[in-house]
Design a protein around this ligand. Structure first.
Ligand SMILES: *[C@@H]1O[C@H](CO)[C@@H](O)[C@H](O)[C@H]1NC(C)=O
Length: 360
């Protein structure tokens, strides 16, 4: 379970730091209007499947609870175990998607991950695409990160970290990973939040081998770096992550027959690339730009201490780059809006806030 563990490890660091008090902006309504107006919200036309048609329990069986109609599943974390599920096949490219609602109230130390990986088959050369969510103390928002690895590129993390423009514990939102031979797009609802275009220079770092879809809930507190204060508090257990409207599009294959696979899946991959969600329309691109300028608070592409030369897939957006320090973290606090509002004033509070994010 290396993937899950690394998720916990990475995100626990952010948990312990975020408690020092991140000043939140009240974005809710404004943001909904904002994203709706962009036209990016026209829903995808998706075929959903029952749980047992595409997935199997992965661990913590007793904590995986199917809905009566079999089309939704709850993953529970209690003091005995977390839980998870996995797609029953590996897929050579695909669109992996679910409507997800995250646990509410006190969720510090909890990691919910929705990701693709083939680490079970390719231990030393695995591929992976991640959404990783980490809970928080009561009243503080969930945060999340996306990441990718290709052919075992675990020494080259490609993390981006963000806030959300809504409360993910209040209602379901759709989280999707599109992976084609040429492009990777992470979506939240119909807003693309991250795009990775394959280039020659990326070489094996762009995932190419068939992957399974995983969903897990996990106690990440044992990797916390900052004392025991922000461990999972089981007084609030069970913690429940809900998954429904499951979508699994792609070419199911045997992962160790790669060559055969590529040929057999060419048509399916081409079909994927013709889907609505494979095209970032100008409206979606505009929504993506706005999301990234308002809600992204760390990008490896702007972390020049870590990568003096940004990895080849990085698209350096000057207006975005201005917001980030050489550490890849925001210059001023946790909020881009705060920064612009206070541009001409002493940034006392924001300085404190930026410390909160220093190890995220
Ligand atoms: C993937 O990594 C292996 C070594 O683990 C290497 O032999 C192979 O050439 C790499 N493939 C690509 C496409 O870079």
């Amino acid at each position: 379970m290396d993937d899950v563990r690394s998720c916990g490890k990475k995100l626990c660091i952010s948990s312990s730091s975020s408690r020092r008090g991140i000043i939140l902006t009240s974005l809710g309504l404004l943001s909904v209007v904002f994203f709706t107006l962009t036209g990016a919200a026209a829903a995808f036309n998706l075929a959903t499947i029952p749980f047992d048609e595409g997935y199997s329990p992965l661990f913590g069986d007793g904590n995986l609870v199917r809905s009566p109609d079999g089309r939704a599943v709850r993953l529970l974390l209690n003091r005995f175990t977390g839980s998870g599920f996995i797609s029953s096949s590996h897929y050579n490219h695909g669109f992996f998607s679910a409507n997800i609602k995250l646990p509410s109230d006190y969720t510090a130390g909890i990691c919910v991950a929705f990701y693709t990986s083939n680490g079970d088959v390719f231990e030393k050369s695995h591929d992976e695409l991640d959404f990783e969510f980490l809970g928080n103390v009561e009243g503080k928002p969930w945060r999340f990160q996306t990441n990718l690895y290709g052919n075992g590129s675990t020494s080259r993390g490609r993390e981006e970290r963000y806030r959300l423009w809504f409360d993910p514990t209040k209602e379901f939102h759709r989280y999707s990973i599109l992976w084609t031979p040429n492009i990777i797009i992470f979506y939240i609802d119909e807003v693309p939040i991250r795009e990775v275009v394959r280039s020659e220079e990326m070489g094996g770092d762009f995932p190419t081998k068939p992957m399974s879809l995983y969903a897990t809930i996990w106690d990440a507190s044992s990797w916390a770096t900052n004392g025991g204060k922000y461990k999972v508090n089981y007084k609030y257990a069970p913690f429940v992550a809900e998954f429904k409207d499951l979508v699994l599009e792609g070419c199911p294959v045997n992962p160790i027959q790669e060559v055969q696979t590529t040929v057999a899946c060419a048509e399916k991959s081409a079909a994927l690339e013709r889907e609505d969600y494979a095209t970032i329309t100008p409206e979606r691109r505009s929504a993506m730009r706005k999301f990234r300028q308002r809600y992204m608070y760390y990008s490896y592409c702007y972390d020049t201490l870590r990568y003096p030369v940004p990895p080849p897939e990085c698209v350096i957006v000057p207006s975005e780059k201005r917001l980030f320090k050489e550490t890849g973290r925001l210059k001023f606090g946790g909020s881009h809006r705060r920064q612009s509002r206070r541009r001409n004033r002493p940034i006392v509070t924001a300085t404190t806030v930026s410390d909160d994010l220093s190890d995220m």
